[in-house]
Design a protein around this ligand. Structure first.
Ligand code: SF4
Ligand code: SF4
Length: 347
């Protein structure tokens, strides 16, 4: 595969040039909030490439926390009166710069939910298809990173169009898809990186993978029956400290649950698609008032059974987790999915 050398002196200028054709998204450190998040970058604003391990995942680029999907008016003076209309959306090309490889791989998991043979969520799919993923390899993985256990890894190319590898004064840009080549061309990055570039990338990859100390196994989970795990007495212990805050689901790049809410004001209104969480009591409450998951044990069990058992059984493609470690770092009571997975696998 072709590898391009991008001198860091040329980085900001190239990105600005690419903005003639692309909307750019990248990590931005917010000093007031004290953490970094992925945002659209203003013209000439470079992403903070030291802040790629963002608190929130970049899933919001195709799946915003709250998105208007329909709007209406009952004002009879207006031609569109009593119609539900899709608001105008911008699905022009966008490039996601500095996304971690496992976060890009998470989009492939989300795709299984939003883009199926029976059903296509146009909002997610059109946003996703507009994206070119220009990922940054994690040369120094976080201590909570267990991505090598989840079919991903710090240099995983599966969800990317370009893999950038920080090589000191330059980025080595491995071109993975035609979309990636088109982005590099638009940015004017075209200097070949030399014959030894692939070897240098492989060495850095091997070093990064060896630095990951956390591993999880789920071989036995697939062999156990759903009922055996569902009825296990593990769940009381695992759920004991949980406060059902929902943080783990909000920071997760692979959590895909949402709610539909209608908001009306005067003679107009809108329908919104909003992130939701299986950790909230209202998530499953029926209109009768009955709630099949009315205790936190039920909800905690649902989160882990979905990620580590139901998904695995349904898709036969690993677990619904890329091992980014965000939920481990963010949980206020230190519930650790690696321990839960280990208990489900080995008890
Ligand atoms: S972040 Fe921790 S405490 Fe909050 S819902 Fe998730 S597991 Fe429970
Ligand atoms: S479950 Fe936790 S470690 Fe796995 S992808 Fe979600 S946030 Fe990352």
């Amino acid at each position: 595969m072709k590898v391009i050398n991008i001198d860091k002196k040329d980085w900001a200028g190239g990105l600005e040039k690419s903005q003639d054709k692309y909307r750019l998204f990248g990590p931005v450190k917010d000093n007031k909030k004290g953490y970094s998040e992925f945002r659209e970058l203003d013209k000439g604003k470079a992403p903070d490439m030291d802040a790629s391990d963002s608190l929130l995942s970049p899933k919001s680029i195709a799946f915003p926390p709250s998105e208007v999907i329909l709007e209406y008016t009952t004002d009879e003076k207006k031609e569109e009166c009593n119609q539900m209309n899709v608001p105008e959306k911008d699905y022009s090309s966008r490039a996601v710069i500095g996304i971690r490889p496992y976060d890009a791989a998470a989009f492939l998991i989300l795709k299984k939910n939003f883009d199926t043979s029976e059903y296509r969520d146009p909002y997610w799919c059109d946003s996703y298809e507009a994206c070119t993923f220009v990922g940054l390899a994690a040369n120094k993985p976080e201590t909570t990173d267990f991505s090598t256990s989840t079919k991903s890894g710090p240099f995983d190319e599966s969800g990317l169009d370009v893999l950038l590898v920080d090589d000191g004064k330059a980025y080595l840009a491995k071109v993975i898809t035609d979309k990636g080549a088109a982005f590099l061309d638009a940015a004017g990055f075209n200097a070949g990186a030399g014959d030894d570039a692939s070897d240098r990338i492989e060495k850095l990859k091997s070093k990064a993978e060896k630095a990951i100390q956390s591993t999880v196994s789920f071989d036995n989970i697939g062999k156990k029956s759903i009922l055996e795990l569902y009825e296990s007495d593990l769940w009381e212990d695992i759920a004991f400290a949980c406060i059902n805050c929902g943080t783990c689901t909000y920071v997760c790049p692979t959590c895909w649950c949402f709610d539909i809410q209608d908001e009306a004001s005067g003679n107009s209104g809108k329908r919104l698609k909003c992130w939701d969480s299986c950790m909230y009591p209202l998530f499953t409450v029926h209109t009768t008032g009955h709630n099949p998951r009315d205790t936190k044990v039920h909800r905690v069990r649902q989160r882990f059974m979905h990620k580590l058992k139901y998904y695995l059984d349904k898709y036969d493609d690993g677990i619904m987790c890329v091992g980014c470690g965000r939920c481990i770092r963010s949980c206020p009571v230190n519930i650790d999915i690696r321990n839960v997975c280990e208990k489900m696998n080995n008890n």
